[in-house]
Design a binder for this molecule. Sequence first.
Ligand SMILES: Nc1nc2c(ncn2[C@@H]2O[C@H](COP(=O)(O)OP(=O)(O)O)[C@@H](O)[C@H]2O)c(=O)[nH]1
Ligand SMILES: [Mg+2]
Length: 434
Amino acid sequence: MKALTEVFSKLIEKIRGVEYIDDATLQELSREIQRTLLKADVPLDLVKTFTENAVRRIREEKPPAGIPPREYLIYILYDELVKLLGGEQPAEFKPAKKPHVILLLGVEGSGKTTTAAKLAKYLIKRGYKVGLVETDTIRPAAFDQLRQLAEKIGVPFYGERDGREAVEIAKRGVQNFKNLDVVIVDTAGRHRNEEALLQEVKAIHDAVKPDEVMLVIDATVGKLAAAQAEAFMKYLPIHSVVITKMDSTARGGGALAAVAKTGARVKLIGVGEDVDELELFNPKKFVARVLGMGDLDALVEKIKVVFEEEEVLQEIESGKLDLLTFKKQIDGLLKLGPLSKVFQLLPGGMAAKISEEQIELSQKNLKKWKAILSSMTTEELKNPEILNASRIRRIALGAGVSPKDVKEMLTVYENLKKMSKTLKRQLRMRMPTR
Ligand SMILES: Nc1nc2c(ncn2[C@@H]2O[C@H](COP(=O)(O)OP(=O)(O)O)[C@@H](O)[C@H]2O)c(=O)[nH]1
Ligand SMILES: [Mg+2]
């Protein structure tokens, strides 16, 4: 990861050095973004769209209150990079049935055998019983390679030394481990030609009917990873992709982006030769690390909360302060921790009307209120006036609090609502237009 991080650190340094963002700086930065992505071997068409999108967002979007423009620029970069690498959702591993059979395939040297062992280790650490099957009959050393790795991490191994029939070995191996949670089947990578390789893998696939077909790609191929993935996808359904050797090249960035573009899902990345050096691929965490920012999560969280609160303020402004808005506000407060931006944004006079005591009490009560609001129906949230004694009793019961707690919360809400008329007028002058 070092190589990739180094490539991006120059860009971040440049952004951090910017005083303010005018057209000339923006052009210079957009060139630097392009250079950086090209160094990471991101395909040219993706580089172009990426830069266009980023520059347009930098031009059009105003940073939320309290966020300096260059920090916001880094946030945009982060956001767009996450999209480039396949979106927000981290990959998951949940075996659907027993045994969950994983078939590993890929060209020679891509790291299949190593990944088989790494994945087995990853899974036994999480409590699964795993078996490893070697079906590579072409490279004689493969049998010993996986057998030794299996021994090292302490998982059962099946293979046939000097065996000839890869398909038969695969069948016997899976049968042998049918009582385990996960069976990982390793395959050969070297053949007379690609066609022969693909045919054998397909035959194994049809024989063992794997639950997951995992394609292993070496990061050093960079953007060519897309062509590799597409070649395999023509023969077999590829459920997930592993990019290995992310530790040794900046081109891994391009490999990830290229694979994401094919629609295949990168699930794991190999970050070293050791059996422990395998990670579930999480685009957000990955990008944060590449941008060299441990604190990026905090920044992103802060920006999100500010956005959410602006939304709430706009709802207040439009006179729509119902309990739903109130609930959103509380969720935001809980995420942000003490003292919300909303209190800070309040005009001086208003802020003074909310006593310290009240704020403290509110904070203590936030969790309780969240529970109360969560046991209300949408109808009740939208029309608080329908809350009568029996509804309040039901809500209290659902939230595990007393009816008095519910009434207390409603009083705070009523007060806030009363203030919202004044707020409406005053906020209009304070709110940045976006
Ligand atoms: N640096 C690094 N080397 C790796 C990684 N994964 C595999 N390798 C190395 O790549 C080479 C080929 O791996 P192997 O598993 O035998 O590939 P196969 O032919 O696809 O089975 C070996 O020297 C591995 O140690 C990784 O994530 N990082
Ligand atoms: Mg191998």
